[in-house]
Write a protein that binds this ligand. Structure first.
Ligand SMILES: [Zn+2]
Length: 902
């Protein structure tokens, strides 16, 4: 153990950083906590203005606290600004203190950028990557901080046993690194300091002794004077000064985190490379990844609708002066608020989770609306009429589209007809009142999903003394059709002459709705609908006495009608649903002492669906008797609830993966449902997508008696192991199971990947759990996390070597279809932007320019090609780094942001 005694004559410096940790919403809703926040900041402003000895205050590293306060006290903006500008109150750099694993990398970046932008009006943000309470940290965080110009991080949870000092060098996969200050005892090691100087010194001595081995000899000690929702202690300045006079061991100073870190040393720091997910010294609360799967699905959908659809499509196809900045800012604010650790983790009151879901829905509604507007802009600009297919992603792609086309001739061998509607040419003469009633039902030009009035006119047939309404009906909506004007004019005339007859002349050509595989569409481009010949048509076979099979020559699926599982490319046992008890809480899975695991259905019914050649499917309906709940006294599952689970398998032509959707009405409490997926080869590691890279993990996780090291890990959209790739929508938690020693002596390896579909619990936190005995939050009973009601999840599987990033795009970001009436000047096929050589994280307009963010998830250096475009690489604060012309190099695991010249 290192001798903590200071050098003779020296006193150990103690940096006191007053702060509060402000969970914006958690066990109480936002508005409830905000009442306390307003009181806190009111007191803080009075205190700091009156007492200069209360030198600094850290407003929790998140600007949301400032905005939430000023919304109620706008009159105090000047006071807050003055204290911030003078450096006495530090704000930012984040907008909220997020969770890093459960949201996208882009959300992490936008959170930081929003914090920095907002903080600039308060004299700038704290230049420290303050991450006090996040439930672990992503591997790329040091790179994100470095690209925002920050050399320091401050962390607590997730730090592994290999780090045994109060600081370490934390290195991202690309080699960027920051000095990380490790809050060994958390962000509240100096919370609630005594008013009495002698007591304060005794507390310091005890702390010094307890953490002696972590402290550098002669080095300073950081005392974080605050904790969850704590208010400032008005006696702090006095007691610090009295303590300094009363003894010679410690030299206390109230300071800011940045000032303290500027005095620390980088010498001899141990290096840690990659993510921080250890439970060796503090809880990482890994069960939040599977808590409230509905929230995780909503997050995935909302992020995708902005990042992969609304932003790129508006950038590419909407005029620069119509860039929908206010809508996108609003949507991103909702996403960023939801990324707060207690919000996305949903370890919160039911009212909080309802608010989170509502924010995600609003963000998604904006994203979907802007996507539709951008697609309509493509339709208007096309030279030729007919369906247009738009590729919102960077790779050239073909893929399944669902289009409506005129029913002319035979449909051809490479498409699948979903429905046909015969034409409606002809005319009918009716009395005025009937026509008035009929047209009164018509709202705008829409008749139904597949029929829209595309032309309308009103004429007079003087010979017959009749009004003539001519309607052309087509499969796509058309802007500017004067339906309401014609209705008004007609109704006016009918009111003047009620006896008038009206002839309705309707021209509706026959149409056909079909599935086809669209021929390749360039990345970030478009093409007129062109059905491709199917290289690998999919076939459904349903032999009597055996289960149905799906096969496209790339993937084969065979359903076992006995077990309800299926084989994939000859490997049996996929889709086994394993339901066990969960007597844990929103933070951690914890099985009851006497668990009952149900993995065998009581009945299986298999039904063949669509039979190809573009798309084929099978429904597997299984029934089970799941125990009703966990009896807390007996620590076992009790009761019985019947449940019917429908698992739909879908295979498409020319795709090398199978899509799976599982639906049921969850009838039971206190349980965890996982789907077991056999691995083609035993695996000692898994590779999972996290922010801006793929991270590799082993079979175990560090823990301690207070939190078992459960090796359930998060993946954002995909995970690969043992030759299996799993893509999913919001099913963030996986675990490698069925572990045994490999026959070749290479050590333990897993045979199965378990993907969590649902984790249903009834307590925000709980005491005495088998895997985490102490509570991690208030022990409040909750109804929401039981998720009684509909559950509907989807994922996709491949056992062939696929690029998982391409697979998630194909699975989750379909080609978009819109209609055109022609008359514009856009060619039949083309691209607005080409980006090759790296994954694209973002395409948007920023500061008036098109900005593209890319990352290289591989171990090899790459060249990113942006043919025909030049501009500047910028950092995450928009500051120029280097010019480029057509291409730029990108290091392994590097992230780069390119601002394109016009
Ligand atoms: Zn917190």
């Amino acid at each position: 153990m290192t001798d903590p005694t200071p050098t003779p004559g020296g006193r150990r410096r103690v940096a006191v950083v007053p702060h509060t940790h402000w969970d914006r919403e958690w066990y109480a809703p936002f508005q409830t906590f905000r009442l306390n926040l307003v009181r806190l900041v009111d007191e803080l402003l009075d205190l700091m203005e009156a007492d200069s000895s209360y030198g600094h205050y850290l407003l929790d590293g998140q600007l949301a606290a400032v905005d939430d306060y000023l919304e109620i006290r706008p009159e105090n903006e000047g006071r807050l600004r003055a204290l911030a500008a003078s450096g006495r109150i530090t704000v930012g750099p984040w907008y909220v203190l997020m969770d890093e694993f459960l949201v996208s990398g882009e959300t992490l970046v936008r959170n930081l950028q929003k914090g920095v932008l907002r903080g600039s009006t308060f004299g700038g943000v704290m230049e420290v990557g303050y991450l006090p309470d996040m439930f672990g940290h992503v591997a790329q965080m040091p790179q994100l901080l470095t690209q925002a110009g920050m050399a320091h991080a401050v962390v607590w949870r997730g730090v592994p046993s290999a780090v045994d000092r109060t600081a370490f060098r934390w290195t991202a996969p690309d080699g960027s690194s920051v000095r990380a200050e490790y809050l060994v005892a958390g962000y509240g090691n100096g919370a609630a300091l005594p008013e009495d100087a002698k007591q304060l010194v005794r507390r310091l001595a005890a702390l010094e002794e307890e953490f002696a081995s972590f402290l550098p000899v002669d080095g300073p000690m950081l005392l974080m004077n605050g904790s969850d929702h704590l208010r400032p202690q008005p006696w702090l300045g006095r007691v610090v000064s009295e303590a300094n006079e009363a003894q010679d061991e410690f030299d206390l100073a109230i300071t800011s985190l940045a000032d303290y870190l500027a005095t620390t040393s980088d010498d001899g720091l141990v290096e840690w490379r990659g993510e921080l997910r250890s439970g060796f010294r503090s809880n990482v609360l890994m069960g939040v990844g599977s808590n409230r799967v509905d929230v995780k699905q909503a997050a995935a959908r909302a992020e995708r609708s902005l990042e992969q659809l609304a932003e790129p499509l508006s950038t590419l196809f909407v005029r620069a002066d119509r860039w929908p900045a206010p809508f996108l800012d609003l949507a991103w604010t909702q996403l960023i608020r939801n990324s707060a650790h207690d919000s996305i983790c949903a370890c919160s009151a039911d009212d909080v989770v309802a608010a989170v879901l509502h924010r995600y829905a609003e963000a998604r509604h904006i994203g979907e609306g802007l996507t539709e507007q951008a697609l309509q802009a493509v339709g208007r600009s096309m030279a030729t009429a007919g369906p247009v297919v738009v590729n919102p992603t960077a790779r050239d792609r073909s893929g399944l589209v669902d289009v409506i086309v005129p029913a002319v001739g035979e449909p051809g061998p490479d498409v699948q007809v979903l429905s046909e509607r015969s034409g409606l040419p002809g005319s009918i003469t009716l009395d005025g009142q009937t026509v008035r009633n009929m047209l009164g039902l018509l709202q705008g030009a829409r008749i139904d999903d597949q029929a829209f009035v595309t032309e309308v006119s009103l004429d007079e047939d003087e010979d017959e003394d009749t009004l003539v309404v001519s309607l052309v009906i087509g499969p796509e909506p058309r802007e500017g059709v004067p339906v309401e004007e014609v209705k008004r004019e007609l109704f006016t005339r009918l009111t003047a002459r009620p006896e008038t007859q009206v002839r309705l002349v309707i021209d509706q050509p026959p149409i056909r709705r079909l599935l086809a595989r669209q021929d390749t569409v360039p990345g970030f481009g478009w093409s007129r609908f062109t059905p491709a010949p199917l290289a690998h048509p999919v076939r459904l076979e349903d032999p009597a006495g055996a289960g149905p099979t799906l096969d496209n020559g790339l993937v084969s699926v065979a359903v076992d009608p006995e077990t309800g599982t299926f084989s994939l490319d000859g490997l049996a046992g996929f889709g086994r649903l394993v339901d066990g008890g969960d007597h844990g809480d929103t933070y951690n899975y914890s099985p009851p002492t006497h668990d009952t695991v149900i993995d065998t259905p009581t009945s299986v019914t298999v039904t063949a669906g669509a039979s190809g050649p573009v798309q084929a499917g099978v429904d597997i309906v299984t029934t089970y008797d799941w125990p009703e709940r966990v009896d807390g006294d007996r620590h076992s599952r009790t009761g019985s609830r019947p449940v019917t689970v429908t698992t739909s398998l879908e295979l498409r032509a020319d795709e090398s993966f199978v899509r799976i959707r599982t639906r049921f009405e969850n009838p039971a409490r206190d349980h965890r449902l996982r789907v077991h997926l056999p691995l083609p080869h035993p695996a000692a590691t898994s590779r999972a997508e996290c922010a801006f890279t793929v991270v590799e993990r082993g079979l175990t996780a560090e823990g301690r008696p207070e939190e078992f090291g459960l090796p359930t890990f998060p993946s954002r959209r995909f995970v690969t192991a043992g030759g299996l790739t799993v893509a999913h929508e919001g099913l963030l938690e996986y675990e490698l199971v069925d572990i045994s020693d490999a026959t070749d002596g290479t050590g333990p390896a897993a045979g199965t990947l378990a993907l969590t579909l649902l984790r249903a619990t009834g307590m925000l936190s709980r005491l005495g759990m088998s895997l985490r005995p102490l509570p991690a939050g208030p022990m409040d009973a909750l109804d929401g996390p039981q998720l009684i009601g509909p559950v509907d999840v989807r994922y996709a599987l491949s056992t062939t070597t696929v690029d998982p990033y391409a697979m998630v795009d194909e699975f989750l970001v379909p080609l978009q279809v819109t209609g055109s009436f022609g008359g514009g000047d856009r060619a039949d096929r083309g691209s607005e932007l080409t980006v090759e050589g790296a994954e694209v994280s973002s395409v948007r307009r920023n500061a008036g320019a098109v900005e593209v963010r890319v990352f290289n998830p591989t171990d090899a250096a790459t060249t990113v090609h942006v043919p025909g475009r030049s501009g500047w690489l910028v950092d995450l604060r928009g500051r120029p780094v280097a010019p480029f012309e057509g291409a730029f190099p990108l290091r392994p695991h590097g992230i780069a942001t390119a601002r394109l010249a016009d």
